[in-house]
Design a protein around this ligand. Structure first.
Ligand code: 13P
Length: 342
C-alpha cells in the first residue's frame, strides 16, 4: 500500500457529512457502561450490543468508520458475518484501537504514559488482515496547577509518533489522540495553553519520525472550561478558543480533525462542533469520532433487551444525524425533537 492509499482512507473518513463511531471500549470501560443499565458484561452481551449499533439501517449516510476493540474485530453479527466484513459491505471503514491503555508514568505522580508499542508491528499486520484500515492510540493528560509536566507531554508525543509511523508502514491510517482531560476547576484559558503545548510536542515528534501528515487524522479534546469550574464557557467561546489553538498548532496538511466527546453531554458535543463548523471554512475538515456522545442514548434505550433493539438503533441514528448536521453548521437544538424514522 502506498502513500496515496493512506491519503484516500484519511479523506474517506472525513467525507462530507460523515463522522466516526468510537465503539472500541476496553473490557473495563464497557463494563462501566453496562453497569449503568444493570446488565452483565458477558462476551455475548458485548457482541449483541455492538451488533445492534453496526446493523442500524441507513446510518452509513452519517458514519464513515467505526473503531473496534480487539475482541470486537473478531466477533460476528447474528447471521455469522464477521463485523469488519459487515461494516465494509455498508461502505463503513473498520478501524481498531491498538494502544494498551494509559499507565502510571514513572517518576511522575498523577501522570500517565500510554503503552502498547511492544509487538505493535505484528499486531498491526494481523489487524490489517482482519480488515482494519485505520487505528487509534489515545494518550491522556491531566490539568492541575502544576500538570501536565513537559516530561509527560513529550513522552506521550514520542509514543504517539512511533505508533503513527508503524501504522503507516502497515498500510493503516493512524488517528493520533492526545486527550487533555477536562476534569477539574481550571479556566478555559488554562485548557487552551495546555492543549497548545500538547499539540506542539505532538507535531514536532510526528515530523521528526517522518510521519506523512496527509495520511493521519487528529482526534483531540475540545478546549473547554474544567467540568467543575464556575462560569463555564459557552459554545461560542469554546469554538473560539479551540479554533485559535488549532490554527496555531495543527498543520493544514492534516486532512481532518475528528473530536472526541470526552464526557460532554450529547447535545453539548453536537452544539460545540456546530459552532466551530459555522465559523468555517477551515484548512482541515472538522468532524466527530464520538464514543459516549453517539452511544449514550442508544445504550439506555436498548437496556440489554432484544425487544428494544429498534429503539436503540433509532437513538443512535438520531445522534449520528445531529452530528452530521453539526459538520456543516446547520444543527439547531430544535432538531432534537424531530420524529426519527429508521
Ligand atoms: P468519548 O467520545 O466517549 O470521549 O470517546 C472517544 C474515544 O474514542 C476515547 O478514546
Amino acid at each position: 500500500m502506498g502513500q496515496h492509499d493512506l491519503h484516500e482512507i484519511a479523506e474517506a473518513l472525513v467525507a462530507e457529512g460523515k463522522g466516526i463511531l468510537a465503539a472500541d471500549e476496553s473490557g473495563g470501560t464497557i463494563k462501566k457502561r453496562f453497569d449503568t443499565i444493570g446488565i452483565e458484561s458477558t462476551e455475548e452481551n458485548r457482541r449483541a450490543y455492538r451488533d445492534m449499533l453496526f446493523t442500524t439501517p441507513g446510518v452509513e449516510e452519517y458514519i464513515s468508520g467505526v473503531i473496534l476493540f480487539d475482541e470486537t474485530i473478531r466477533q460476528s453479527s447474528a447471521d455469522g458475518t464477521p463485523f469488519p466484513k459487515l461494516l465494509a459491505s455498508k461502505g463503513v471503514i473498520p478501524g481498531i484501537k491498538v494502544d494498551k491503555g494509559a499507565k502510571p508514568l514513572a517518576h511522575a505522580e498523577g501522570e500517565t504514559v500510554t503503552e502498547g508499542l511492544d509487538g505493535l508491528r505484528e499486531r498491526l499486520a494481523e489487524y490489517h488482515g482482519l480488515g482494519a484500515r485505520f487505528a487509534k492510540w489515545r494518550a491522556t493528560y491531566s490539568i492541575t496547577d502544576a500538570l501536565p509536566s513537559d516530561y509527560c507531554i513529550w513522552t506521550n508525543a514520542h509514543a504517539l509518533a512511533r505508533y503513527a509511523a508503524l501504522c503507516q508502514e502497515a498500510g493503516i491510517v493512524p488517528i493520533v489522540e492526545p486527550e487533555v482531560l477536562m476534569d477539574g476547576t481550571h479556566t478555559i484559558e488554562r485548557a487552551y495553553h495546555v492543549t497548545c503545548r500538547v499539540l506542539d510536542a505532538l507535531y514536532t515528534e510526528l515530523f521528526d519520525q517522518r510521519v506523512d501528515i496527509f495520511g493521519t487524522l487528529l482526534k483531540p479534546n475540545m478546549v473547554l472550561s474544567g467540568y467543575d469550574g464556575s462560569n463555564r464557557a459557552g459554545a461560542d467561546e469554546v469554538a473560539d478558543w479551540t479554533l485559535k489553538c488549532f490554527y496555531k498548532h495543527v498543520p493544514a496538511a492534516v486532512p481532518g480533525i475528528v473530536f472526541l466527546s470526552g464526557g460532554q453531554s450529547d447535545e453539548d458535543a453536537t452544539a460545540h462542533l456546530n459552532a466551530m463548523s459555522a465559523k468555517g471554512p477551515h484548512p482541515w475538515a472538522l468532524s466527530f469520532s464520538y464514543g459516549r456522545a453517539l452511544q449514550a442514548p442508544a445504550i439506555k434505550a436498548w437496556a440489554g433487551k432484544p425487544e428494544n433493539v429498534e429503539a436503540g438503533q433509532r437513538a443512535y441514528y438520531h445522534r449520528a444525524k445531529m452530528n452530521s448536521a453539526a459538520r456543516s453548521g446547520l444543527y439547531a437544538p430544535e432538531m432534537e425533537s424531530e420524529a426519527i424514522a429508521v
